[in-house]
Design a protein around this ligand. Structure first.
Ligand SMILES: [Zn+2]
Length: 128
């Protein structure tokens, strides 16, 4: 099966702390989070693409800007859960998905890097 993919990255800086058996990560600390968004589709249209990459970049910026220089544990939609990279990836996904679903995108994956050596991803395929 053929598949096209486009991707963008963004960054934000936030504090958080985990609860449970996470050692020093249970103390308040910060990360420069790197976010990678990949969107995929089987076909491109007459413009030669399936989604405008500049629009995707703008949508990611609007989603991560409210997280910048914040404590993730205090973001209402993340409060009461462990703010792991998995949870942050799902949070970003859920806010990006409405603009992409039904707009030519068939699958979306959000990867959140907490450091240069560790990441977590959340992905879903959209029913067409
Ligand atoms: Zn952390």
């Amino acid at each position: 099966m053929q598949m096209f993919e486009i991707g963008i990255t963004g960054e934000f800086e936030s504090a958080h702390s985990l609860s449970g058996d996470f050692g020093p990560a249970t103390r308040l600390h910060g990360h420069t989070y790197k976010v990678e968004v990949r969107a995929e589709a089987r076909e491109i249209d007459s413009t030669g693409t399936f989604y405008d990459i500049g629009r995707l970049q703008a949508e990611l910026r609007s989603v991560i800007e409210p997280l910048h220089y914040r404590n993730l544990n205090e973001i209402p939609a993340l409060a009461g859960m462990n703010t792991t990279a998995e949870a942050v990836a799902r949070y970003i996904f859920k806010r990006l998905a409405p603009a992409l679903r039904g707009a030519g995108v068939e699958g979306l994956k959000v990867t959140v890097w907490e450091s240069s050596s560790s990441f977590a991803s959340y992905r879903e395929s959209f029913e067409s």
